[in-house]
Design a protein around this ligand. Structure first.
Ligand code: GLP
Length: 240
């Protein structure tokens, strides 16, 4: 089931999500965490870093695996998922390089995908996946029509993803290919949290809550998961 949980404001959403991630990290100090990039989780990660530093939590055993990446970007490219996560989480928490794996989006895509898939197998299962939802319902870069059995791969991005994704890039142009964990990888996670904030997500949040909208709405695959929560603020969920 994908259970909705509605918080009144974006701030309350970020606080709730940060507390949930911190709790999972404390329960599983050697756990594997898969965190989405994007505008939605930024405030959550700020609060998470604050909480973990304040409590002097033990972080040396935590591991992090990439969710997705725009193909062709250098590791420190503005707009990239890797650069975002290094800036918001990996850097501020001082996570060791040996405990993170990102897609090598400059190299051969097959090799990049194999590396992430091998690491997921070796380090997995994923303890907690923190995801966003695209306006077209994607999770990572699993675009509309993706099979539930999909695994790590190179994908041709949907036109909505490229149009909306232009906001991340200084030149206003998003790449046309992406690298992503598959839906099958996400379904094997012990727990999944999907964050949705703002009115622009309202329509797709509604559709994701209907199990029959899969595979047109990839996020609806999470109704097959045993512990998946959609955390939405009031604007994303709509008035009761
Ligand atoms: C992007 C990423 C996703 C992200 C989603 C929502 O294209 N590939 O991993 O979760 O779209 O992004 P935002 O939070 O900016 O709305």
């Amino acid at each position: 089931m994908l259970e909705p949980l509605v918080l009144p404001t974006p701030e309350a959403l970020a606080e709730h999500a940060a507390a949930a991630i911190e709790a999972a990290m404390r329960r599983s100090p050697r756990g594997l965490f898969c965190l989405a990039a994007g505008d939605t989780p930024r405030a959550t990660y700020e609060r998470l870093v604050f909480r973990l530093k304040r409590s002097q939590a033990e972080l040396s055993g935590l591991r992090f695996i990439a969710l997705d990446e725009w193909q062709g970007l250098a590791p420190d490219s503005p707009g990239g998922c890797q650069s975002f996560l290094r800036e918001t989480i990996i850097g501020p928490l001082g996570i060791a390089e040996a405990n993170v794996v990102f897609f090598d989006a400059l190299g051969d895509p097959g090799t990049a995908c194999r590396e992430v898939a091998d690491r997921r197998r070796a380090w997995g299962p994923i303890t907690l996946a923190v995801l966003g939802i695209g306006r077209n319902g994607h999770l990572g870069f699993n675009e509309p029509g993706t099979l539930a059995e999909s695994t790590v791969r190179l994908v041709v991005l949907d036109s909505t993803t490229k149009r909306v994704g232009a906001k991340y890039f200084p030149d206003g142009r998003a790449p046309r290919l992406g690298l992503t964990l598959g839906l099958a990888d996400l379904l094997t996670a012990d727990e999944v949290l999907v964050l949705a904030s703002g009115e622009a997500k309202r329509g797709i949040v509604r559709r994701a809550l209907d199990p029959s909208s899969f595979p047109e709405v990839p996020a609806a695959v999470l109704h097959r998961h045993r512990h998946a929560t959609l955390l939405a603020d009031r604007a994303a969920f709509g008035a009761e």
